[in-house]
Design a protein around this ligand. Structure first.
Ligand SMILES: NC(=O)c1ccc[n+]([C@@H]2O[C@H](COP(=O)([O-])OP(=O)(O)OC[C@H]3O[C@@H](n4cnc5c(N)ncnc54)[C@H](O)[C@@H]3O)[C@@H](O)[C@H]2O)c1
Length: 359
């Protein structure tokens, strides 16, 4: 019942709210742009330019959000745009989000993820309209115990690769800004971090990610190359995760003292399955039977989260994941097949978003 409640509440709440979103041109950002458009929100996005193959470009995201191309490392520009827009809610997605890219260029990763977050908080500090700010980190912020642990929000932070540790730094920065500035001296702004596991959905075009690389192999009729077919992972729908983000931002807006916290957002238990099970299901939906081979192992040492405990979010938010893994995989294969049939991405996205948010 929770699940439907969050959808209903978000549907009502976001109508005409002013939302400032960083990273709107990325994968999650494009889906969130489509959702905010569906919920009739006044939104501004702030991010780097993206290429023409991205979902944001393909779905004509510029027509759904006031899009500003800017770097979060450019404090003056970020502050000017945010203050001029006067948002009520800020959602921070912008990041160097590819583990390998961060490993190859840690300085840029820290500048963007760490100082970009500081810059955003500084901009928010000088803007009276903001009531709620949500910082998106990752389930990789937890100290990796290497034993398949299922992490809860009170577990220690860590990070053995630059992506993970830069995201763990974002957690500390958020807590500091909350305690020192945004919830002190008479101010009471909602501040939370959200730690989500990997999300999947249609339209992801980054070939270094697993799902796009699998779909690409299907399209080319090649065997799927898998590094760790028997590894178990939490598979989460991008729509469920973003609905969770919107729920936290809404609840903080309404009651900042109660809901400012750290939140794990992930799938229900049935969403934790092996890579091979997922590929097999996708092959069934695509009608592909070319099998798989074992690919080269990833050289970057990265935190592996095999499980995320979402009990706190289920208990305290009005949110819960709605979509089954079968439905998630069916929808993303369907998205891909319709793209191949040259159906406009805007229509495919709109169909999946309005289907999810109808109540
Ligand atoms: N995709 C996932 O499965 C997943 C899982 C957990 C957490 N996250 C987090 O969610 C957020 C969004 O992830 P995504 O998958 O959409 O990533 P993405 O790489 O697709 O998009 C990243 C976005 O950040 C923007 N960006 C990067 N550097 C910037 C800079 N210097 N200045 C301004 N904008 C900049 C890009 O332009 C883009 O809009 C990230 O913070 C990521 O760490 C993602």
């Amino acid at each position: 019942m929770h699940a439907i409640k969050a959808i209903k509440n978000n549907n009502i709440f976001y109508n005409r709210k002013r939302v400032f979103l960083t990273g709107h041109t990325g994968f999650k950002g494009a889906w969130l742009t489509a959702i905010l458009h569906e919920l009739r929100t006044h939104s501004m996005g702030y991010a780097l330019e993206t290429d023409k193959e991205s979902l944001f470009k393909k779905m004509d995201g510029d027509s759904m959000i006031q899009s500003v191309i800017g770097d979060v490392r450019n404090f003056e520009k970020l502050k000017k745009e945010l203050c001029a827009f006067k948002p009520e809610i800020v959602i921070h997605l912008a990041a160097q989000a590819i583990v390998k890219d961060c490993f190859d260029n840690p300085q840029y990763a820290y500048e963007t993820n760490v100082m970009g977050t500081v810059n955003l908080f500084e901009a928010v500090r000088s803007c009276d309209s903001v009531k709620s700010i949500l910082i998106v980190t990752t389930d990789k912020v937890y100290e990796n115990k290497g034993d398949g642990a299922v992490y809860v929000e009170t577990d220690p932070l860590g990070g053995i690769d630059p992506y993970s540790s830069s995201k763990a730094c974002m957690e500390l920065i958020s807590d500091t800004y909350k305690k020192s500035y945004l919830q002190s001296d008479g101010r009471m702004i909602g501040v939370s971090t959200v730690r989500a596991s990997n999300v999947i959905g249609g339209g992801d075009h980054i070939q270094s990610r697993l799902i796009p690389s699998i779909l690409n192999s299907f399209a080319e009729g090649k065997e799927v190359e898998l590094r760790n077919p028997h590894q178990t992972r939490p598979w989460q729908s991008v729509l469920d995760a973003l609905n969770g983000y919107l729920s936290i931002a809404r609840l903080m807006y309404e009651n900042p003292e109660t809901y400012s916290s750290q939140w794990n957002i992930g799938p229900a238990k049935e969403g934790i399955q092996s890579v091979l099970d997922v590929v097999t299901k996708m092959q069934g939906y695509y009608k592909n039977n070319s099998g798989y081979t074992i690919g080269e192992t990833f050289k970057v040492v990265e935190s592996q989260t095999l499980g995320l405990d979402i009990s706190k979010s289920l208990d305290r938010l009005d949110w819960a994941p709605v979509l089954s893994l079968d439905k998630i995989l069916f929808d993303l294969v369907d998205f891909f097949k319709r793209q191949q049939a040259k159906e406009p991405e805007r229509d495919i996205c709109h169909g999946q978003v309005s289907d999810f948010f109808k109540f």
